[in-house]
Design a protein around this ligand. Structure first.
Ligand code: NAD
Ligand code: TYD
Length: 360
């Protein structure tokens, strides 16, 4: 049997960001064996990995990170030496409706993985300055709370102040990850990233939802006045940052990842409308009347903005793509992959979505 240099467990690899990370690692590192553990919730979709599913350095395991015994079995069976942990419940609106699911997966699931790693990696000390093991926890900028419209940015030393059940569950998991280093010496690293956009994102999130709705002449539900600000980063740039941090990040460090690319929701929505209309051959302004202001999200964070200077200065990473280019590529992908959208928006999802808006 072929010997691999590393056996990396990537959790949540069938989701949006996870599928981009999996693809990157399979293609760029044939010397690594990639084990994708994903329970395939509504957000997990093996079609996201169709192009790499037969790679000789790739194994998919349908597994729930909340099942501790199963996680231990995976560590032993595949001789796991590193983890890149992305599996999570990830949508703020769902967390407002069902906070228990978020505590369960995001906190308990992360704790299970930490404990499985701790029990398996008996000696995680560095040899000649190199760590054999690495537990990389992928987190969000939402743990920092929100900012005023005053130009300030989240840095790695900004105090945690989560506001939604989603961000509270991610903040809690971050604390557990650091505690496993400080208490048990587990080699860990954490990154906190801003909003991602790109292909294969489940269309309950703003950008794919609105592209799909514009195409089908459906209303675009803008929460509140659309004044909230997000810092958008192309998902492939996030995957590239994860690659750099995994290989060169310092143990116990935190790295913020962001695009220095702030948009109010309403300005972003106008760009999306314009791009979709143009690519569909519609006259400019055709879909403007789809904008529908609806009741604001409870606890809606005003502004997120990331300072990723540390990642740039220490590890040389910066975003590769201008936002205008990234949005063009992204809109094209969704318009050309209507079947993918139809598959993921049928059945249970449609029922959930209809109910959500009935309750508003
Ligand atoms: P996603 O919802 O698209 O995918 C989550 C994946 O995790 C799915 O494949 C799902 O099946 C899997 N999963 C969920 N519960 C599981 C469980 N109990 N066991 C095993 N697998 C399970 O999420 P995403 O947007 O790709 O986010 C990935 C990670 O990145 C998350 O940890 C999220 O907090 C973080 N993050 C996301 C963004 C963003 O803009 N999307 C930004 C910063 C950080
Ligand atoms: P979202 O994609 O859910 O990401 P997050 O809440 O993690 O930032 O939402 C991005 C922004 O868009 C956020 O300010 C909420 C807003 N939004 C809407 O106005 N309408 C919608 O239908 C959705 C899904 C989001």
């Amino acid at each position: 049997m072929k010997e691999f240099r590393r056996n990396i467990l990537i959790t949540g690899g069938a989701g949006f960001i996870g599928s981009h990370v999996i693809r990157r690692f399979i293609n760029n590192y044939p010397q690594y064996r990639i084990i994708n553990a994903d329970s395939l919730t509504y957000a997990g979709n093996l079609a996201n990995l169709e192009d790499v599913k037969d790679a000789s350095n790739y194994i998919f395991v349908k597994a729930d990170i909340c099942n501790f015994e199963l996680m231990q079995d995976i560590f032993h069976k595949y001789n796991i030496d590193s983890v890149i942990h992305l599996a999570a419940e990830s949508h703020v609106d769902r967390s407002i409706k069902d906070p228990f699911a978020f505590a369960h997966t995001n906190i308990m699931g992360t704790l299970n993985l930490l404990e499985a790693a701790k029990r398996t990696w008996k000696n995680s000390e560095a040899v000649n300055g190199e760590y054999r093991n690495m537990f990389y926890h992928v987190s969000t900028d939402e743990v920092y709370g929100d900012l005023d419209f005053d130009g300030t940015l989240f840095t790695e030393s900004t105090a945690y102040d989560p506001h939604s059940p989603y961000s509270a569950s991610k903040a809690s998991s971050d604390h557990f990850v650091r505690a496993y280093h400080d208490t048990y010496n587990l080699p860990i690293v954490i990154s906190n990233c801003s909003n991602n956009y790109g292909s294969h994102q489940f269309p309950e999130k703003l950008i794919p939802l609105f592209i799909n709705n514009i195409r089908h002449n459906k209303p675009l539900p803008v929460y509140g006045k659309g004044e909230n600000v997000r810092d958008w980063l192309w998902v492939n740039d996030h995957a590239r940052a994860i690659d750099v941090i995994f290989h060169e990040g310092k143990i116990r460090e935190t790295y913020n990842i962001g695009g220095f690319n702030e948009w109010t929701n309403i300005d972003l929505i106008k760009v999306i409308i314009k791009t979709v209309d143009r690519l569909l051959g519609r006259a400019e302004g055709t879909s403007d009347n789809l904008i529908t202001y609806v009741t604001d999200r409870a606890g809606h964070d005003l502004r997120y903005a990331i300072d990723s200077t540390k990642l740039k200065n220490e590890l040389g990473w910066k975003p590769s793509l201008q936002f205008e280019e990234g949005i063009e590529i992204t809109v094209k992908w969704y318009l050309e992959n209507q079947k993918w959208l139809d598959n993921v928006t049928s059945g249970d999802y449609q029922r959930y979505y209809d109910n959500m808006y009935r309750d508003r």
